[in-house]
Design a protein around this ligand. Structure first.
Ligand SMILES: Cc1ncc(COP(=O)(O)O)c(C=O)c1O
Length: 409
């Protein structure tokens, strides 16, 4: 994680000791680094500066209003999957002309809202949805741009619950139906068939699955264009993974995408989520209890799977860091667990860890993506606070939810 490092025994976010934040903010809380967010955005901007492209941040990865406002100020667009995300993107200041509306189950009112608000493109995922968009566009007398999300049937090497581009997944239109759809496009007189879209999954660390999806899409483009159509947009989705060593080959990825799709009068749409926000944040939590059995040590922390779901949901691994580092090590299996009444409420199991005590603070790493946005009130636990660090200061960007509000519903 960039911009998180130790100075002596202290874990710092940018120039601020995390311990100092724990004096003011009740744990658990999400802590973000502004510098890290700007670095991630700049990586995309730098690599794409000579490409006709749109960078549309996937709001599902993180929809904190202040975070989305920063993303808007940086000039990025948004990829949204619900009317809520669409409204949040607009409220944060993202122009509708930079918003792509994705998702397999859009309702009529969501489609209507997107069309009325001049959403740049709706990515349709089925023939029924295309008919529905056509009908609503007709009623509104607005010709809507659509992309067709294809299912390229590729199987990236990632967790089975986060693959989205293979034929057994619910997403996208099978390749064999796409050509036919273009041929019949004159039947849908209220929509413009602008382009094609794919998104093959998440947390993908290798280039090969992207290359396979590009190859298949490119072949399809050739076939569609040979029938007299023009593909004006190619949406390559998101899906790039993050890890501690930052080993994903970004440069090669952008070269790959450009080599397949860059063309005059064509826009390439990127929908990154995790690579923009994932490594900008840690989840800071306090150790409530330490329970030692014959085989292992359970460390019960005050963050639960409702606050950060990825380990319980996908078996995702997120490193745990002490807020105050020390040299003494305890060599026994140690399991960091939450307070929720579910066995799956655990974060990490290690063979050893530094010596720790009840009341100490720890940080779960890389929690910016699919952390706060996936959190819930399970066990009637309030949503936790979120803070943003800028150099040696921090700002609360979401207050801890009021318990009274929660119990009165
Ligand atoms: C259509 C679409 N685009 C973009 C994303 C963002 O993916 P990631 O956060 O892996 O970059 C997702 C994530 O599920 C998605 O479904």
């Amino acid at each position: 994680m960039s911009h998180y490092q130790y100075q002596g025994e202290n874990l710092l976010c940018e120039d601020l000791e995390i311990e100092s934040i724990t004096n003011e903010i009740e744990t658990p809380f999400y802590c973000y680094s502004l510098r890290s967010l700007r670095d991630n955005i700049n990586k995309y901007k730098e690599n794409l500066k000579n490409t006709n492209s749109k960078i549309c941040f996937a709001l599902k990865a993180n929809s904190n209003l202040e975070i989305v406002k920063i993303i808007a100020e940086e000039g990025l667009g948004a990829d949204v999957v619900s009317i809520g995300e669409l409204q949040k993107a607009l409220r944060a200041g993202i122009s509708a002309k930079n918003i792509v509306f994705s998702g397999v189950g859009k309702t009529e009112s969501e489609i209507e809202f997107a069309i009325k608000n001049n959403c740049f493109q709706i990515n349709a995922e089925s023939i029924s949805e295309i008919k529905k968009i056509n009908e609503i566009s007709g009623n509104l007398n607005i010709k809507q741009n659509i992309g067709i999300r294809i299912n390229p049937d590729v199987r990236p090497d990632t967790h089975s619950k986060i693959t989205t581009g293979s034929i057994e997944n619910k997403f996208g239109v099978p390749i064999k139906d796409v050509k036919e759809l273009f041929i019949q496009s004159n039947l849908f007189e209220n929509i413009n068939f602008k382009g094609l879209a794919f998104h093959i999954g998440s947390q993908i660390m290798k280039l090969e699955p992207f290359e396979e999806a590009c190859k298949i899409t490119n072949q399809l483009i050739k076939e569609v264009e040979s029938n007299g159509f023009t593909i004006k947009t190619v949406d390559v989705g998101g899906g790039i993974g993050i890890d501690e060593n930052e080993k994903f080959q970004f440069k090669k990825y952008f070269n790959l995408i450009n080599s397949y799709f860059a063309k005059k009068d064509r826009t390439i749409i990127f929908e990154p989520g995790r690579t923009i926000i994932g490594n900008t944040s840690i989840l800071v939590s306090k150790i409530l209890y330490i329970k030692e059995t014959e085989d292992k040590i359970f460390v019960v922390i005050d963050a639960g799977m409702n606050d950060f779901m990825r380990p319980a949901l996908y078996g995702a691994t997120h490193e745990i860091l002490p807020i105050l580092q020390c040299d003494t090590k305890k060599n026994k299996v140690i399991e960091f667990v939450g307070p929720i009444c579910e066995t799956s409420d655990k974060f990490l199991t290690l063979d050893s860890f530094q010596k720790i005590n009840e009341g100490d603070f720890i940080a779960i790493s890389n929690t910016g993506a699919y952390g706060s946005s996936m959190s819930s009130n399970y066990n009637i636990r309030p949503n936790i606070a979120e803070i943003l660090v800028n150099k040696n200061k921090f700002l609360a960007i979401r207050k801890r939810q009021n318990l009274e509000e929660l119990i009165s519903e």
